[in-house]
Structure formats: structure tokens, C-alpha cells
Design a protein around this ligand. Structure first.
Ligand SMILES: Cc1ncc(C[n+]2csc(CCOP(=O)(O)OP(=O)(O)O)c2C)c(N)n1
Ligand SMILES: [Mg+2]
Length: 569
């Protein structure tokens, strides 16, 4: 059906169309390029017309991370808009994260006026010469699936629909649109567009039945098959399918470097988080949505072990180099590929062998769960606190209503996540600063859930905390922020220790460029935006502080930050 809507400008037509296509939010960090858009928002607001809700995010890193967090809960791309080349430059780290995590997003930046004079919106500021670049999209081109510049209102529907369709097509990811000010400012009378859209995302993909049979044959005939997974839980529907497959096979699932809940942690076939000690003994390895199943320089399966990869892009075609052996690669939506594989394996597997493996792995599971609990107990009184204890205390808060967003320091072995979509960790692209914004985006997408955001002290600073706490207050997005404060960039320190085990830095106990001291009173940053902030030093007080924090988040609907003082490595 064709719909016609009266509008005053291309900017207004853009908002009309985004709303019609179901884009609920525009996360924005504005500049002079936004003038026509802000004018259009004001007009539509005054007249009660639909538009994506504008969210002011005063730094690009949390702006992009919010769209990321929203999409990781809902699966739906939202719009982000930043200010010309300078805003795009600030956002790139977040775009890299969204690209590597296959998170859909419509990322856009204004473009400086092109003409020096003669148009509505022509140049009238000193920045308008300096903020023009030869190829604005080049800044993000490597990390988006598609980029384009809107040249005329007549193309608007095709451009917006193509952007959203491509962002949602697997492998999902961000797309980029440049929006020049003159084009946005062009006067219009109306926009006509198809409603509903005539361009929609392609449906899910299934691997060919003969590939499924071949993979099932490899797995069912193995004596010691194992499964390694990292990000299948991006689609919550993949979790029960993976459970069915693991059970059909009697194989353990190693939730390695996991960024989602891929497999319930309390399932007896949850093999823990480290496949490395089990690679040698495996004769078949199923690698599910995992870019790095092992480090070839350290350990790897035997050469005769058969390796099967499953994923929307099992070759990780956007990675320049990735050499893991692959006897078979099943490209498809994991939910469907794993379901098909589970059924095919169930038809072939030897029940006796499955039962024997299962009891062996059940015992292994029970002992690794007990070992984790013992680790936390052993350090429960350490002062300053050990991160295992902090992780255990946070893990104890997890219930049906919690979503945990973890940028690094929460040790998930100390918690028990069982519900798909209840745990999200930073993508392995590792662009720091993701956690705060992702948690706020998750809260926006799931207002009835309790969001707990765990960050290192380094990650917290990268997340532009004044901007994040501002957004939390301004848009009523209360969350519990827990800083694992070791006053260090420990990841960098650890890299030095493994690079030169007996080197100068270790021997002289000198690690320039790794300390975050004198540490700010982080709790004050949250307080300055109306939140509750506490510094927690006593390990015995931590459970109460967390419970208090959660109560304030839930009942007073205020953000809370606990600055948890951990041992300095
Ligand atoms: C944008 C960006 N800059 C730098 C790094 C390098 N880096 C990786 S981890 C890390 C330290 C993180 O510190 P913190 O959050 O305190 O965690 P910790 O290492 O102390 O556990 C740094 C600086 C990065 N990943 N991303
Ligand atoms: Mg740290």
C-alpha cells in the first residue's frame, strides 16, 4: 500500500520513514549538521507525529554502545547519528565492536554543507571548510556492510530500506549513511512510500541437508567429540538447539570466550570455559559461532581430529587471516543448523557410547563447579578484594529478572547463567568503552529487567562515564554499575608478564603505562548525576552493598555505582 505523508523537509521525511520502518530510537550526538533534523523533530513533536525517540548521548562511544545494547536484546537495528567527520571518528571503536559482534545498526553522520553558497544550508561557519573530507565513509567503510550518501529525497525510501535490510541480513552488522545538510534541509511537500515496506530482511538460512548428514556422521562416529561455542546465544533460540545437540551426542560444551549465554551453565554437559585441556583427546570438534576456538601456537587438536564449523559466516570472511582447519563448514542460522544437526546425530549416535560419555562429563561438570566455589571461598576475606569473590557476590544476585553486561572483569565461572539473553560480554574486538552504553541500551530495551553492568576501572573511564550517567538520569534508565577497581590496566600488565616472563618489567617490578593511580572517587561521578554511589572495601560488606544497590535501582529507580576496591595486581 502506498502511503503519503505531508512533510516540510527531507529531514522530516527521513524521520517519518524511520518511524514507519519500526526504528524506535535515534541515539544522537549533535552538531551544526543536525539543524534541519532538529527543526523537523520540533515540528513533528508539536504536531504529535511519529518519529524515532531522540536520545541525547553526549559522547559517541556510549551512543553507539546504546544502539548495540538495544539491538542485542531486541535484534532490531536502531539509528545512531553523529556530527560529521569528527563525530564519526569518535564512534569508530563502537562500530568495530558492532561489526565483529554482528549487531545490526543504522549508523549515520551528518555531512558538512557541500556548497560554499547558493543553497539553503550552504556554508556559514568556519568549521564548514575544515570538516569536509575527501571520503567521509572511508573512516568506517571497513567495518560496515554498506555505506552510502543520501543525495536526494527521491531516493530516500530505497536508501533507508536498503540500509535496514542489509543491516538485518546475516551476518548482521552496522551500515553507514552520510546525511548532507543541504539534502536534509531541502524543502518538500510530501513523501510517498510503501507501507509496509517492500524490502524486508531475508529469512533464516539452513545448510544443505547433505552437509548436515556429513557433519552428523563425523560427530556421531567420533569416540570423544567436543563442542566449542562463543556467540551462538546472539539468537536465544540457538540455546535449546545446542542443548539438544549436546545431549544427542553426549558431548561437553565449552563456553569459551563466551559473549552470550550459549548453554545453561547448570547443565551437566556445560564443560566450563576452557576447551584447551580437552583438545588433545578430542577426535571431533564442533566449533559453533566461534572465531577463535584455540590458539594454534599454544595448543590444538590432533591433526587427525575432524573439525566442523557452524555459523552464519563460519569462515569469518571479514577477518584477514584465520587458519583453523575446517573439514566441513556449515553456513546457516545456528538455531536451525544446530536443530538439524541434533536430529541427524540422534538418528546415528550409539546410545551406549552417548550414555558413557555423558556420565563422564557429568562428573567433570560437578567437579569444576565445586572447584569454582572453592576458589571464591578461599579468597572471601581477602582485603583488598579478590575479583573471584566480587564475581561470586555479583553472581549470587542473578535471578530471572537480571541482565548482566560485562566489560571484562566479572568472572562468569563464579556465576550461574542459565537463561538465554541474560548475560552479555564485550565483543572480542575489544574496543573499550562498550559496557556502560550497552547496559543503558539493554535497560531501554528491557525496562522491566534489572540491569547490572560490571566494568573494570579502565573500561569505566573508556565508557565516557559522565555521558553515561547523564543518560541514565535523563531517560530514567537506572542500572547497577559495579566497578572492579584494581587501579590498573591489568590486561596490559598481564601482556607484559607473558611477553617477557623474566624480563626487566617483571624483575624490577616496574610497569609504566599500566597504572590508574591516583584513582578517582568513581562513586562521585555517579552521584553527580543524581545516583547513589558507594566505595566498598570490606569483602564482608559487599553482599549487603550489592543488595542495597539493587534495592535503590529497583525501588527508587535511581542508578547506583559501587566502587569495589580490588587487589592491585
Ligand atoms: C579503545 C581501547 N584502547 C585500549 C585497549 C587496550 N586494553 C585492553 S584491556 C585494557 C585494560 C582494561 O582495564 P580494566 O577495565 O581496568 O580491566 P583490567 O585489565 O584491570 O582487568 C586496555 C587498556 C582497548 N582494548 N581498547
Ligand atoms: Mg583495572
Amino acid at each position: 500500500m502506498l502511503k503519503r505523508a505531508a512533510v516540510e523537509s527531507t529531514a522530516e521525511a527521513y524521520l517519518e520513514l524511520l518511524a514507519a520502518r519500526g526504528v524506535e530510537y535515534l541515539f544522537a550526538n549533535a552538531g551544526t549538521d543536525f539543524a534541519p533534523l532538529i527543526e523537523a523533530y520540533a515540528k513533528r513533536g508539536a504536531q504529535g507525529q511519529a518519529a524515532p525517540r531522540p536520545i541525547t548521548v553526549p559522547h559517541e562511544i556510549p551512543a553507539v554502545a546504546m544502539a548495540h545494547g538495544y539491538a542485542m536484546i531486541t535484534g532490531r537495528a536502531q539509528a545512531v547519528m553523529v556530527h560529521v567527520i569528527v563525530g564519526a571518528g569518535n564512534a569508530v571503536g563502537g562500530i568495530i565492536n558492532a561489526a565483529r559482534a554482528n549487531v545490526p545498526m543504522l549508523f549515520s553522520a551528518g555531512r558538512n554543507p557541500i556548497s560554499e553558497a547558493g543553497h539553503s544550508g550552504s556554508r556559514d561557519r568556519p568549521i564548514h571548510w575544515a570538516q569536509e573530507s575527501f571520503d567521509q565513509a572511508a573512516m568506517v567503510r571497513e567495518f560496515v556492510k554498506w555505506d552510502y550518501e543520501l543525495r536526494s529525497a527521491s531516493d530516500l525510501e530505497t536508501v533507508v530500506d536498503r540500509a535496514l535490510t542489509l543491516a538485518h541480513a546475516e551476518p548482521q552488522g552496522p551500515v553507514y549513511l552520510t546525511l548532507p545538510r543541504e539534502v536534509l534541509a531541502e524543502r518538500q511537500e510530501a513523501i510517498e512510500y510503501a507501507d509496509p515496506a517492500r524490502m524486508v530482511k531475508p529469512g533464516p538460512l539452513v545448510p544443505a541437508p547433505e552437509s548436515v548428514s556429513e557433519a552428523a556422521q563425523i560427530l556421531a562416529s567420533a569416540r570423544n567429540p567436543i563442542i566449542i561455542v562463543k556467540a551462538a546465544g546472539r539468537d536465544p533460540g540457538a540455546v535449546p538447539a545446542l542443548v539438544a545437540l549436546a545431549e544427542a551426542l553426549g558431548a561437553p560444551v565449552f563456553d569459551q570466550f563466551h559473549t552470550y549465554v550459549n548453554f545453561p551453565q547448570d547443565h551437566p554437559l556445560h564443560g566450563g570455559f576452557d576447551a584447551a585441556p580437552h583438545l588433545e583427546a578430542a577426535d571431533a570438534v564442533l566449533v559453533v559461532e566461534s572465531d577463535v576456538p584455540w590458539f594454534p601456537g599454544l595448543t590444538h587438536p590432533r591433526p587427525e581430529a575432524r573439525i566442523v564449523h557452524v555459523g552464519v559466516d563460519p569462515l569469518f570472511s571479514r577477518y584477514p587471516i584465520r587458519g583453523f582447519p575446517t573439514d566441513l563448514a556449515l553456513a546457516g542460522t545456528p538455531r536451525l543448523a544446530l536443530q538439524a544437526l541434533a536430529e541427524a546425530v540422534a538418528r546415528r549416535a550409539d546410545a551406549g557410547a552417548v550414555a558413557e560419555r555423558r556420565s563422564r562429563w557429568d562428573a567433570e561438570h560437578a567437579s569444576s563447579v565445586a572447584a569454582a566455589a572453592k576458589r571464591a571461598r578461599a579468597v572471601q576475606s581477602d582485603t583488598p578484594m579478590d575479583m573471584a569473590w566480587v564475581s561470586r557476590c555479583v553472581g549470587d544476585l542473578v535471578d530471572d529478572q537480571t541482565i548482566v553486561v560485562n566489560e571484562y572483569d566479572l568472572d562468569a565461572t563464579q556465576a550461574c547463567f542459565t537463561r538465554p539473553g541474560s548475560y552479555f560480554a564485550a565483543p572480542s574486538s575489544g574496543g573499550l568503552g562498550w559496557g556502560l552504553g550497552a547496559a543503558l541500551g539493554a535497560k531501554l530495551a528491557a525496562p522491566d529487567k534489572t540491569v547490572i553492568c560490571c566494568v573494570g576501572d579502565g573500561a569505566y573511564i573508556f565508557g565516557a562515564p559522565t555521558a553515561a550517567h547523564f543518560v541514565s538520569r535523563a531517560y530514567n534508565l537506572p542500572a547497577l554499575f559495579v566497578i572492579f577497581n584494581n587501579r590498573t590496566w591489568n590486561a596490559v600488565k598481564r601482556a607484559v608478564q607473558s611477553h617477557a616472563r623474566d624480563g626487566w618489567a617483571v624483575k624490577t617490578d616496574s610497569m609504566p603505562l599500566t597504572a590508574l593511580e591516583p584513582a578517582p572517587d568513581y562513586e562521585m561521578v555517579c552521584r553527580s548525576s543524581g545516583g547513589h554511589g558507594e566505595r566498598v572495601e570490606d569483602p564482608a560488606q559487599l553482599p549487603d552493598a550489592l543488595a542495597r544497590g539493587l534495592r535503590i535501582v529497583k525501588e527508587e529507580k535511581r542508578q547506583v555505582l559501587l566502587n569495589v576496591i580490588c587487589r592491585k595486581p
